[in-house]
Design a protein around this ligand. Sequence first.
Ligand SMILES: [Zn+2]
Length: 209
Amino acid sequence: MKQSLRIIDISLPIGEKMVIFPNNPPVKFKPLRTPTTYISEITFGSHTGTHIDVPRHISKKGIGVDKINLDQLIGPCRVLDMTHCKVSITTDDFRKEDIQKQERILVKTNNSLKGFKKFYPDYIYLDGDAAEFLASKKIVLFGIDSLSVKKQGSPDTRPHTELLKNNIVIIEGLDLSEVTPGQYDIFCLPLKLVGFDGAPARTILINST
Ligand SMILES: [Zn+2]
């Protein structure tokens, strides 16, 4: 069946050859048999591919994936064009976007244009001050097209902490290469992993025009 053009799948395919963030577990599939069917054993990290980060990621007391309010993950969303950013996305980049309370915000950067065949250590990330700015705006969802919202190895943990301690769900590992910045409806449905810090999430956009 031909897929409707209105639906854009912005999820990364999960497979053994996919790009994994350094020091995260690799994906492993082991085919198994029952007398009558094929089944598989799967091993992967909770932050594999397109996935959400939830408050448990930064605090033992934070809520896990299964307790996230799905209202935050489904509904109108805005994809912002951040392809001009060379290193990180800064507060100034957001100031001109008139960010509103309760918004779901995704950012399209050069990461999507480079593709996801290999890991680029110089990926575009969210600046710590910008994370504080987004938290002050009280958005409910922030998505980015890199496997981590923060710079690899950076001591500035605010891209995670400022968002998650304010119960803003983060989606990492989005593939926005086919997405024209603008207004959409997002549907992001993570696996219902009880008490987990993150979970892979099939994520789609529907063109609202
Ligand atoms: Zn993550």
